[in-house]
Design a binder for this molecule. Structure first.
Ligand SMILES: Cc1cc2nc3c(=O)[nH]c(=O)nc-3n(C[C@H](O)[C@H](O)[C@H](O)COP(=O)(O)OP(=O)(O)OC[C@H]3O[C@@H](n4cnc5c(N)ncnc54)[C@H](O)[C@@H]3O)c2cc1C
Length: 372
């Protein structure tokens, strides 16, 4: 059996890894490069219990445990380190201008400026962790390749079906043959609504900076509310990483997703505003070298839950996308469950029923719009 996975983000690479562990030949078809989009530009923050009480609870808890075991087992076998570590996580607020509400708090963290007020601890090293998302995605793909998977660089443009079942994917004018396909193209999964009855997937843009901070910043993640001088309020997330860098993201926008993932660029002015925000947050960030200024789109659905499951009416067609703000966290359990679904006909490790794509109406392909 050969499974074709369209999209080499964290979801596609994780599915390839878990299929390879089951002895199935997986081929990842990736247009631009492994982890070139959100999977390489996101925060990589992981939480055990932040999805509790929602339909994501089982997926998140299973994924949090898998992240730990993958770092231990695959990291050791491959000799790879993708920066998995536990963190302490805090909430707080800050403002560009001095604000009477911002008195120093009991939890003041030494590496932050006095414009930041830490209000409470959100997580401990038992409940919060992180990975470098691009390195994690690349390692999942390499671990899959070590077990026989292959990476096919090319643009998926259509599906080949015979008598109602998948027999291949059109890639750059040719056909790659396979017995099943998984659509895992993040926000670009919407293009597959031309090939299959799939609900819409949207892209919500976020901006981020990566700073070289060396050993000066401890393993303390922050979720802040920040008021700019002009009055707008943002929610910067700050993740110091094990490799001596610090990642900060904020400033969302609904700028359209370009057809070519290589054309995703920051909105005008967004990076300058984010840099000013970071300079207010910490003297270390204000002086640090900027290693990356970037933007990416998180894939979202109409009800904010992912689409994971078989596509009705087309044998051998599956989808795994729409993981929104928790795609890095939830990739391992998604990969494991999709592999079970394809190999065993049913997912046993987590309940996929809340994510069944049939819950949402398929997109009329005539309404498909993408930038460019
Ligand atoms: C600013 C920001 C911060 C985030 N922080 C976190 C976090 O801290 N923790 C967390 O868990 N999640 C986080 N997320 C969410 C997470 O990044 C995403 O949910 C996840 O990366 C989505 O992965 P994916 O594989 O579905 O899609 P993507 O990473 O978008 O991958 C899709 C792939 O499909 C490829 N593709 C597109 N078109 C084609 C085609 N025609 N043929 C072949 N390939 C194609 C693209 O090139 C791309 O590589 C964050 C997201 C953003 C935007």
């Amino acid at each position: 059996m050969r499974v074709l996975i369209c999209g080499g983000g964290v979801i596609g690479a994780s599915i390839a890894y878990f299929l390879s562990c089951r002895g199935v030949k997986a081929t990842v078809i990736e247009r631009a490069g492994i982890a070139c989009a959100a999977s390489g530009k996101s925060g990589g923050f992981l939480a055990l219990d932040w999805c509790d009480g929602s339909p994501l609870e089982g997926l998140a808890r299973r994924s949090f445990a898998l992240h730990a075991s993958l770092a231990d087992k695959v990291g050791r076998d491959l000799g790879h380190d993708w920066g998995y570590r536990r963190l302490t996580t805090y909430a707080g607020s800050a403002a560009a201008l001095d604000h009477p509400r911002l008195t120093r708090s009991a939890h003041q963290l030494g590496w932050l400026s006095d414009k930041v007020r830490i209000s409470r601890q959100l997580g401990s090293s038992d409940t919060t962790a992180q990975v470098h998302p691009g390195q994690f995605t690349a390692a999942m793909m390499q671990a899959a390749q070590a077990k026989g998977a292959e990476l096919w660089l090319g643009r998926a443009t259509g599906l080949v079906q015979k008598a109602g079942r998948v027999v291949g994917v059109e890639v750059d004018g040719g056909i790659v043959e396979g017995d099943a396909v998984v659509i895992a193209m993040g926000p670009w999964s919407v293009l597959a609504a031309q090939w299959l009855p799939l609900p819409p997937v949207f892209g919500l843009k976020g901006h981020s900076l990566v700073f070289e901070t060396g050993t000066e910043v401890p393993a303390e993640a922050l979720f802040l509310e920040f008021q700019e001088a002009r009055g707008s309020v943002h929610s910067p997330e700050v993740f110091p990483r094990a490799d001596g860098t610090t990642y900060v993201c904020a400033i969302s926008s609904d700028s359209p997703v370009p057809v070519d993932p290589g054309d995703v660029a920051p909105d005008p002015g967004a990076i300058d505003r984010l840099h000013a925000m970071c300079s207010s947050l910490s003297p270390i960030l204000s002086k640090a070298k900027v290693l990356a200024s970037q933007a990416c789109h998180r894939p979202v659905t109409q009800d904010s839950l992912p689409l994971i499951g078989g596509v009705s009416g087309v044998e051998g067609a599956y989808v795994a996308t729409g993981h929104s703000v928790w795609g890095i966290l939830n990739a391992p359990a998604t990969g494991e469950a999709v592999a079970e679904l394809i190999v065993d006909g049913d997912a046993r490790s987590v309940d996929l029923s809340p994510f069944d794509p049939v819950r949402l109406a398929p997109l009329d392909p005539a309404r498909l719009q993408m930038d460019g």
